[in-house]
Design a protein around this ligand. Sequence first.
Ligand code: FAD
Length: 470
Amino acid sequence: MTHPGTYSDRRTGAHSRSGGRPTGDLLPVVPRRGCGGRRLLVGLFLLGLVASVLPWWTDTQAGSLAGGTAKLTAAGQISGLLAGYLLLVQVLMMSRLPVLERVAGGERIARWHRDVGATLLVAVLAHMSLILVGYAGLEGRSPLGQAGVMLRDYQDMASAFAAAGLLVLVGLTSVRAVRRALPYELWHATHLAAYAVLLLGFAHQFSNGTQLFRPGPVRTGWIAFYALVVAALLYGRVIAPLAFNLRHRLRVADVVAENPDTVSIYLTGARLDRLTMLGGQFFRWRFLTRGCWWQSHPFSVSAAANGRWLRMTVKVVGSHTRDLRDLDPGVRVWAVGPSGTFTAAHRTRERALLIAGGSGITPLRAMLEELPPGTALIYRVRTPSDVLLHRELDWLAQARGVQVWYVVGSRDDPGPRQVMSADGLRRLVPDVARRDVYLCGPPGLIEQSRQLLRRAGVPRRQIHLATFEL
Ligand SMILES: Cc1cc2nc3c(=O)[nH]c(=O)nc-3n(C[C@H](O)[C@H](O)[C@H](O)COP(=O)(O)OP(=O)(O)OC[C@H]3O[C@@H](n4cnc5c(N)ncnc54)[C@H](O)[C@@H]3O)c2cc1C
């Protein structure tokens, strides 16, 4: 072990895990996966976006947009159609449909969900205000007066206002600063209100939407998209997890302390030889025991698939992870996944460099079993006791020819400063620009590393990030 402020190349001293626990068998390198599927998804999304405003386009006569109020109402209708479409896309992204999770990965979907969510909120607010101001102008009322009339006289308008209110609430709680200040469970419960928005907004679209009111192909197509989203939700959230958990019947086999605030949880189950997952992927785990059953948390697998057991390595950061230290063997586990494209199969180059910070080593440790010899690992920790899975890393260094550097100390110490620079990286890994680089750790380390990798000439598409944030 090195001392703070220094780093060293550890290629020797390999051992398997202690305690007679089986170590993962070495698996052949998996074939590469391209980003064609992701492009297809983005293409479909854009196509849908255009298709969602087509009804307005075909419905609108040339010359009918003369006058300010007509333009405002038209803009209100367009933003309404866009909002309806984006809401369905939002729910589809949260359906956990296995194919979406496989192609785009849970973390990327969560990022898309945040971006589309912000656009959806803008579209809904624009729709409301443009329609109110436009109709108020036509009828010679104030926008507030117009809102009162609509609530009183229009069918399903009250539920539409309620849906918009809920959406604003969800949007506000998703602002990063607000989200951080809220307990995760409270934020999550508020977020589930989005399903109510789907229900509340449904009738409004068909009873008040100029383009969806009349029976015809547009209305039928819109209803079909709704049905598709609900079916995806049912499949991704209920049927697929049910099938997975009935097939594998996971249970806690053992909980092993890695250091005072980190444990590895080993699981066994049925037909694990038929479980398809890749190192670097994660599951959402629900431990069916007192105090834990009502919440599911994402943890990456910290060992590759081996047909006999699964493992996650968990750092204690809050109440749930604290409870996991005391899990008893035999506790049933409900898992949803696997998810994520942070895997060796998604790389674009033959060789890889992995950069881990603290507990960010867990998905990388599993990936090391699936990457070819010559892979390099830089492991940033503050103190020697923070190094996790140390003996396994040493074992992998020997068994799979992985170069492992432990970079110990605070970021201002000379060793870490020297390594965590573009020149330092190039000295350590001269062909860094021709490798895929996988980063997992605290946000600060990820951002710092991302910037210096770009300076070291690594193309953006070769940099893969796992932030432990959904
Ligand atoms: C894709 C992914 C993979 C992860 N893999 C690992 C891993 O291998 N090892 C590890 O130690 N940690 C991992 N994490 C982080 C882990 O999920 C959180 O540390 C854990 O959920 C914290 O729960 P808590 O109640 O103990 O702490 P809290 O204090 O309640 O939460 C701390 C932070 O964790 C996040 N969080 C809390 N609950 C959830 C939840 N149910 N779903 C999503 N995020 C939540 C929130 O950002 C929260 O601010 C991973 C996270 C993600 C998103």
